[in-house]
Ligand binder design. Structure first.
Ligand code: FAD
Ligand code: SF4
Length: 520
């Protein structure tokens, strides 16, 4: 009988993986900290600490359960610092003739494993509601592959929030109830504080030594690194935040990063929680009358709908998807994305919160940093690298479709039916940033005008040929066309002057600029 080596990747920390439940008694389990993974984009130090500490804790859990585990630490002398080469070295050392691994979450690694030969055996990742093949079947022959259609299909298939074949509450979607802006009287729950144990402290020191120059602080580190802590976060969210999650889902606060969001993406993405247990806990809270339907539906849609959908799109469209740039956006990343030193208050706060917490909620990512990059024409490669680096929950299968597709419209409308472009008016409606800003959100031209306003029209004018036929954009182009020629020219001049002054990094290709990041 052959002895397998089972490689567990850093985002596969789930005991329920087929590759583990089907492991023979003599299997060797390998987990490896390798510098190549920490550096291909300059990950936020909190993200690296979370991953390495969670890996070390998971290795201990497996040992406690009787598995034989080899853990390659970052400082080990014989560490090859490449995931696949390290696994092959260990396979030799432990006389394993097969290497088993769960399907990775990134095309780069998937492709490398495929090329490695027959010694390697891929197992499907069973932690999603919809497998890659099942998503392909759902897509096959469809003209339209919109998230909303997929979501309804998944609701029917799983029975989540379904009552006798009909959607609970009589509607599939309660979005219209979920658009309340920030309100000064709101009281936000404080998430549980996770004590930094000896393992996390040791990792924090290691990360400071190896990756200390990366963007982001470690001071406020508060990520779950064990399943127990992640379950605590889930319970806290259900008890204290879920009830208001829906209503204030799109609101943005100048002082509060989390509002009523769950911050569970990171734990789900690395395998400490399963999407099934999270959705079921939310459904149970709704059934017990502890959460209204707009909150439960709004939350479950994010996971059963968006999360599963973007993963499906990623695996159907890669590797070409990563090269898409249909709006021909060529600008480098604005330099202040690496330090937050800007007088545009909404951007300053989103970037400061990102630096301090390795977190920003969805609307900050989409409508503040994302919207600004879209309006300025930042290249998808530059922006994707940034998002992949700075958020604790960032993994390519979920980051890329959200950034390239949803935010930058670089796939030409495959993922979203229209670009999420907005002027300062949207940010003013949803947030309390503008009252703290040196710019006047009501002005479009002049020294005090909010830059988002002229950039918005500049974006629409730049992409008129592509977007004017879009039914959902007709009204906006109608308003633009009704403006006097001199007014339009003044707005475009204002935007051009802003773009000329904008300090950006050179438009590097993906992954070529690790040195550049370290300047800040
Ligand atoms: P909550 O607001 O509490 O939402 C609940 C859960 O729903 C999340 O934990 C997440 O698992 C899921 N979810 C919500 N929206 C999405 C979405 N659009 N796509 C997929 N899942 C979703 N999410 C990531 O997990 N990793 C990423 O790298 C990532 N990059 C993003 C980049 C951009 C430009 C944008 C606009 C969004 C990105 N998202 C990403 C989606 C979303 O912003 C985050 O999942 C969310 O902000 C995480 O915080 P939370 O756990 O508090 O989410
Ligand atoms: Fe942002 Fe404009 Fe508001 Fe300032 S005025 S916070 S730049 S939207």
């Amino acid at each position: 009988m052959s002895r397998p080596l089972i490689l567990i990747l850093g985002d596969q920390l789930s005991e329920t993986l087929d590759v583990l439940t089907e492991a023979p008694d003599d299997a060797l389990i390998a987990l490896s900290e390798v510098s190549a993974e920490g550096q291909y984009v300059p990950h936020h130090p909190q993200k690296i600490v979370m991953l390495l500490s969670a890996m070390r804790h998971f290795a201990d859990t497996l040992r406690d359960k009787g598995y034989q585990v080899h853990y390659s630490a970052l400082d080990d002398d014989d560490n090859r610092h490449d995931l696949l080469e390290e696994a092959e070295r260990l396979a030799e050392a432990y006389a394993c003739d097969e290497i088993r691994v769960t399907h990775p979450g990134e095309w780069r690694l998937f492709e490398r494993i495929q090329r490695r030969g027959t010694r390697w055996r891929l197992y499907p990742d069973n932690r999603f509601y919809c497998s890659i093949d099942a998503f392909g079947e759902w897509m096959a022959g469809r003209k339209r592959c919109r998230m909303e259609d997929f979501y309804r299909h998944m609701r029917k298939q799983t029975g989540l929030l379904m009552c006798e074949g009909e959607p609970a509450g009589g509607q599939w979607n309660f979005d219209h109830d979920n658009r309340a802006p920030i309100d000064q009287g709101l009281d936000f729950p404080t998430p549980p504080r996770h004590r930094m144990d000896a393992t996390t402290q040791a990792v924090a020191e290691l990360v400071t030594t190896h990756f200390g120059e990366h963007f982001g602080t470690l001071d406020g580190f508060n990520w779950a690194v064990t399943r127990r802590q992640a379950l605590g976060d889930l319970r806290h969210f259900i008890a204290h935040a879920l009830v208001d999650f829906g209503t204030y889902q799109d609101a943005i606060s100048d002082r509060e990063p989390l509002l009523y969001h769950s911050r569970l993406a990171a734990a789900m993405n690395i395998g400490l929680l399963s999407p099934q247990e999270v959705c079921e806990a939310v459904e149970t809270a709704w059934q017990a009358g502890r959460a209204p339907i707009n909150a439960a539906e709004g939350f479950i849609r994010q996971i059963l709908g968006w999360r599963e959908y973007v993963r499906g799109i990623y695996w159907q469209r890669m590797p070409g998807y990563k090269q898409e740039n249909r709006l021909n956006a060529r600008r480098g990343l604005p330099a202040f994305y690496w330090h937050g030193d800007t007088d545009l208050r909404c951007l300053q706060r989103a970037i400061e919160m990102t630096r301090d917490n390795a977190y920003a909620h969805h609307i900050q990512r989409l409508m503040v940093t994302g919207n600004f990059a879209l309006l300025c024409g930042v290249s998808p490669a530059a922006l994707c690298d940034w998002y992949l680096a700075v958020y604790a929950d960032a993994f390519e299968w979920v980051e890329l479709p959200n950034t390239l597709g949803m935010t930058l419209y670089a796939d030409g409308g495959y993922l979203g039916s229209k670009p999420y472009c907005a002027s300062g008016k949207y940010i003013d409606r949803m947030s309390d940033h503008c009252r703290h800003c040196r710019y006047d959100v009501k002005q479009v031209t002049g020294d005090d005008a909010c830059p988002f306003n002229s950039l918005y029209w500049h974006f629409l004018e730049r992409h008129r040929e592509r977007l004017k036929g879009n039914q959902r954009m007709k009204l906006i182009y109608g308003s633009w066309d009704k403006m006097a020629q001199s007014r339009r020219e003044a707005i475009l001049t204002q935007a051009n002057a802003f773009l000329d002054r904008l300090d950006t990094e050179p438009p590097y290709g993906r992954g070529e600029h690790a040195e550049g990041y370290r300047r800040h």
